[in-house]
Design a protein around this ligand. Structure first.
Ligand SMILES: Nc1ncnc2c1ncn2[C@@H]1O[C@H](COP(=O)(O)OP(=O)(O)O)[C@@H](O)[C@H]1O
Ligand SMILES: [Mg+2]
Length: 344
């Protein structure tokens, strides 16, 4: 199934008044309906207030941010904090639905609309009636379909494929993308007019590395959750392990942190999570940034390549800075990049 339906359940607003750990849970026995929003950094507090402000209206909202930053969480929280909370929440991953059937899925069809369409079928718009439609990975939607979607937003009406009658679309639209929107527009993947319509309210989730102060709260939240789930006594984090977790850059953002905590809960034999339980990539972060390890038995050529690569990553790929550190002219550095077939 390419969609999830959270609708039609009882609504309970977040318990906490501070965004440190807001929990919307419409039915405690159903994990699917639970939305936890942890984050006390200024950025996350602002996002939480924004969610509460926009929840009441039916304006479209565009949620942006790298993969794993919490876009799904924000979409669900908007729905669950809105007057539509008891009604359906339909989440569609635009990348997961084949492009040639997307419009059929979105608008539905009348019987006989095309060969094989024997019975009429309701689309996502009808399924989400009076509720919320969350279009994840919006930039993956075909631009022709994006134009039709814009028309639905503006006219609040649509027709089933092969249908004559206009139907009312009382649907709150939320969309998300992990792409850089300007680049997606420049590349022709996202229609500018649709972007303008959605970006009236844009919620941008910063990557975890830019809000590291949220890490301890997130860790204790996930520790509590996974120790309970795996029926273990509540574990703590040793100081040294916490130091590693704080210094790591988290390319996979909160999703990576969550998976890592679950792994640590399962693997850790003691009450405290210690560095030896953490994946080696965490311990390597510090070393990666300012130490180069070249094992004995390495050829001069390979060593030179390793030094160049490590230096480039140390200066964020700034060739001029790398050349200065390496004591080379820019031209000499470029020649070496070419010789070692290092991508620029
Ligand atoms: N603020 C948050 N508080 C608690 N858990 C979060 C938060 N943001 C994300 N998560 C968790 O991290 C994982 C990834 O979040 P998700 O919303 O799916 O990210 P995205 O859609 O941006 O890829 C999910 O398991 C989600 O529950
Ligand atoms: Mg997502």
């Amino acid at each position: 199934m390419a969609y999830t339906d959270l609708g039609g359940r009882e609504k309970e607003l977040p318990q906490q008044t501070v965004p440190a750990s807001a929990s919307s849970r419409s039915n405690a026995s159903s994990k699917k309906l639970r939305v936890d929003f942890v984050g006390n950094s200024p950025a996350m507090r602002e996002i939480y207030s924004m969610i509460q402000l926009v929840a009441d209206s039916s304006t479209p909202v565009l949620i942006t941010g790298e993969s794993g930053t919490g876009k799904d969480v924000v979409a669900r929280l908007i729905h669950m904090s809105s007057p539509r909370a008891d009604l359906p929440f339909i989440a569609i991953n635009c990348a997961a639905v084949p492009r040639d059937v997307f419009e059929n899925e979105l608008f539905g069809h009348e019987g006989g609309a095309f060969t094989g369409a024997t019975a009429k079928k309701a689309g996502y718009l009808e399924m989400a009636d009076k509720g919320t439609l969350f279009l994840d990975e919006l930039a993956e939607m075909e631009t022709d379909t994006q134009a039709k979607l814009l028309r639905v937003i503006e006219t609040k009406a649509f027709r089933r494929l092969g249908g004559k009658n206009e139907m009312n679309a009382d649907v709150r639209m939320l969309a998300a993308t992990n792409k850089n929107v300007e680049q997606a527009i420049a590349a022709g993947e996202m229609r500018l007019d649709l972007y303008y319509r959605f970006s009236v309210i844009e919620i941008h989730l910063p990557p975890l590395r830019e809000r590291k102060q949220d890490i301890p709260d997130l860790i204790s939240h996930f520790l509590t959750y996974f120790c309970q789930k795996h029926k273990k006594a509540l574990k703590t984090i040793s100081d040294e392990a916490m130091r590693l977790l704080m210094q790591y850059e988290w390319p996979g953002n909160i999703r990576e942190l969550r998976n890592l905590v679950e792994r640590a809960v399962i693997l850790s034999p003691t009450d405290a999570v210690t560095p030896d339980i953490l994946p080696v990539r965490l311990a390597e972060t510090k070393q990666a940034s300012d130490v180069i390890t070249i094992p004995l038995g390495t050829s001069l050529d390979s060593a030179e390549k390793a030094i160049i690569l490590r230096t480039l990553s140390f200066v964020d790929n700034n060739k001029s800075k790398a050349a200065i550190i390496l004591g080379l002219s820019r031209k000499a550095l470029y020649d070496k990049l070419k010789r070692f077939e290092i991508e620029e």
